[in-house]
Design a protein around this ligand. Sequence first.
Ligand code: 4EZ
Length: 230
Amino acid sequence: MKIAIMGAMREEIDPILAALGEYTSEEHAGNVFYSAQYAGHELVIAYSKIGKVFSAITASVMIERFGAQALLFSGVAGGIGKELKIGDLIMASALCQHDVDITAFGHPYGFIPEGSVMIETDSDLRSLAAEIAVDMGVELYEGIIATGDQFVASSERKAWIEKTFNADALEMEGASVACVCHNFSIPFFVLRAISDTADGEAGIDFDAFLQSSAQVSAKFILEMVKRIGD
Ligand code: 4EZ
């Protein structure tokens, strides 16, 4: 099976490339796409750059040009719920765009006509992840991830996102990648390790924990690749 692994930042895919050792690379549409064989699968790996637009381009290219049949996102996120600590893993049950606002027309926050506020991730990939978490002896949270083109570093904005979408974590690419995969009917999975808690300290924490949390997420994603199709 051809599996896409994507991150937003170089730091989010570097641990994956390091684990693979050997890969080829090819430039297209402003990204570098790495190809490798791993655990009996063909992989295409890339980081998109930050935000919904860049991540939508990258996911689309992975599917349309590279023939990805499933997509796994690995990266870091800001934690919302009190139980989520820096370094903890959360998989998205569903994702939404917290910065979409056409409420002037009576629509709910996050809604775009002919779309839906929430897009669910693939339930088979979620079940597989839950099994792997047990086997690895790591705690894996599951919840709603809210995406927007903002680095959230404010308790007020964070509280609004939690209240409005019942979200557990927030980041800047998940929902756009979900939208692409949903529209191409490609099963997808979004995993994030917490790098900060999206409050006044978020910038400082993010810089301090980006690498270590990205590594936690990448390690788990590689375990998933090993067990896809078992
Ligand atoms: C976006 N990613 C952060 C990119 C930050 C700095 C140059 C994840 C993330 C995040 N996104 C971690 N913490 C976040 C937060 N508090 N708000 C938004 O996906 C780029």
